[in-house]
Design a protein around this ligand. Sequence first.
Ligand SMILES: [Zn+2]
Length: 332
Amino acid sequence: MFFRGIPIPEAPAPMNRAFHTRPQLECSVCGSRDHAPFITTGTMMHEGESADFRFNRCAVCDAVFLTNPVVEDDLGAFYTEAYLPYRGETAWGRYAGWVRRDDERLNAKRVAWVRRFLPRDAAEAAVLDIGCGKPDFLAKLKSSERVHAVGIDRTAAQWGDSKYSSLELIEGDWRELRTERQFDALTAWHYLEHDYHLSATERACHQLLKPGGVLIAEVPLYQGLLQRLQGPHWQGWHTPRHLTLFSVRSWKHAFPEDRWNHLEHRTSGTLSAFTLWWLGHHEKRNGSWSGSMEPHFWGLVFWKVALAPLFLLERFIPLGIQTVVLKKKAHE
Ligand SMILES: [Zn+2]
């Protein structure tokens, strides 16, 4: 079969490959089969076997999605020692303290976002962070707000620190979470672009929220300036881990207006678009991902200072990050 805009599904990958792909024939947001090739990128932040990954753009909702995603069970091939977020601040050697302070500022911004939407009259608001990873955001939220803070992720590998003891941390697939509790806020910081089942996610978010509760989601924005400048090297693609790059208008397809109030959409976020730019810059220069990042620190500082005027305008010029706040309607 050949649907408009997408290649003929490829033959099964040879058994000696570390991963397999499958054809994605429909837009991952709205299900349309009306889409056309947008960009092809190689594997990113990865030092194993490479491959070409093809993104198409949907003619209905403008979302860009991966047409040959890696099958979910093989994703582990892309979360190795070369995966920088797993290595955290220690990857930066003697500059780890600088990275840690940067993380603290990031989490403070996240807390400020959530605080705006917590109910003022509740004795204790309930917040669930989907794909919480190392739960520093939740720990910071808990330290300043009266909240019951819940984090869920597939791995508990980064939860050993005693500062997380006041949090409820759950290991597993968040969509299989069975709880009587409903939440005042769900947060998804750079999660939805990884999601394999967006319509199930929309239903699960709706079910987990109290009426009037909010979902705050931050993801990359391919319609920003940096994707245009960097093309296939822009780290927002993060291939093949990112399956969906939401467009500005795709949100109303993913979260229909009969069930959600679209309270806010910003073309910026808590993560600076500079981060995605610099990672893409490193990728383009074939920089190592598994070795120490220490030798790259001063280069990063140079670019951060040189490009500061551009990134200070991030609130006004779409660069490469977006944030949405979606409120569950009280009655459908
Ligand atoms: Zn679509």
